[in-house]
Design a protein around this ligand. Structure first.
Ligand SMILES: NC(=O)c1ccc[n+]([C@@H]2O[C@H](COP(=O)([O-])OP(=O)(O)OC[C@H]3O[C@@H](n4cnc5c(N)ncnc54)[C@H](OP(=O)(O)O)[C@@H]3O)[C@@H](O)[C@H]2O)c1
Length: 260
């Protein structure tokens, strides 16, 4: 099958590209850099904020997997990025005759007032209301998210980390499940994907940095209000209903020095 992975150079996107190529699919990768380091995949340059490059990348494609991301604390910026990109993708998919739109989203974001999560819910709704048959897969935080957070919240020797309690999942398994979704007919919602064990994000960040040999003081910050209560409650790890992944954070972090 010809598949386009949008954001296919990012954490989840690259894992999806690897899984799809291994299964013998013809895989295109769209990002602003236009590159891919996955042998057998083809990079396409495009920009979801303008729609540039989408038509060229989508010609002849059967399924599109959206793993685009934006890093912001602003609801307006996140909404514009997630909803705007989705609308541009879906319009291009209709023209190209794409049969399946696959979106990666996040477990337990309904009703959250956290700006990024609100914008992800808006993005899901744009997919549901859109013209292309779809499947939305919600996953919990990736093991790799600890490293992403550390990069964003390092101030000199300090890393400020919100107290999130979750059941993290290895991004390689997210890629495999997204490949399963691509190979199945559109299903609207796939079962939520969550990890095998509960972890606290500050511990995950501390251990990721240790494994990478980075010296830093991790400062856990319990966020205030309902958002903080939700993040500490463990509900971000899902309600135990769905698909449970296999690799624990403990197993994953042992391989981290090799990846870093
Ligand atoms: N991280 C987590 O723990 C987690 C958990 C559950 C769900 N999710 C969801 O999974 C999705 C992917 O997250 P991620 O952490 O894997 O993302 P990521 O590593 O930040 O990767 C983002 C990708 O989007 C591309 N991109 C960014 N701006 C673009 C633009 N204007 N036009 C085209 N491509 C653009 C990037 O490539 P270029 O910069 O080269 O353009 C990159 O390939 C997000 O929607 C996120 O909400 C994440």
């Amino acid at each position: 099958m010809d598949v386009l992975v949008v954001g296919g150079t990012g954490e989840a996107g690259r894992a999806t590209v690897v899984a799809l190529v291994e299964r013998g699919h013809t895989v295109r990768v769209l990002s602003r850099s236009g590159t891919t380091d996955v042998p057998g995949a083809t990079g396409y340059r495009g920009d979801l904020t303008t729609g540039a490059g989408l038509h060229e990348a989508m010609a002849g494609v059967e399924a599109v997997v959206d793993t685009f991301n934006v890093t912001t604390q602003s609801y307006d910026v996140a909404r514009k990025a997630f909803v705007g990109s989705t609308e541009r993708l879906l319009a291009a998919e209709v023209e190209a005759g794409v049969k399946h739109h696959v979106l990666l989203s996040i477990v337990a974001i309904d009703g959250s007032s956290f700006p990024y999560y609100r914008a992800k819910v808006d993005q899901e709704q744009a997919v549901v209301a859109g013209p292309v048959p779809y499947t939305i897969l919600r996953a919990t935080q990736f093991h790799e998210f600890a490293g992403q957070l550390a990069t964003q919240t390092k101030f000199g020797p300090f890393v400020v980390v919100p107290t999130i309690v979750t059941r993290p999942v290895a991004v390689s398994e997210v890629g495999e499940v997204l490949a399963d979704v691509v190979e199945a007919p559109p299903a609207e919602r796939a079962p939520d994907l969550f990890g095998p064990a509960v972890q606290k994000m500050p511990d995950m960040v501390r251990r990721t940095l240790q494994a990478r040999g980075v010296r830093a003081l991790v400062i856990p910050v319990p966020l205030p209000g309902k958002v903080g209560e939700m993040m500490r409650s463990g509900r971000m790890g899902g309600n135990g209903v769905g698909r449970r992944s296999h690799e624990t954070f403990d197993e994953w972090v042992q391989g981290e020095p090799r990846r870093a």
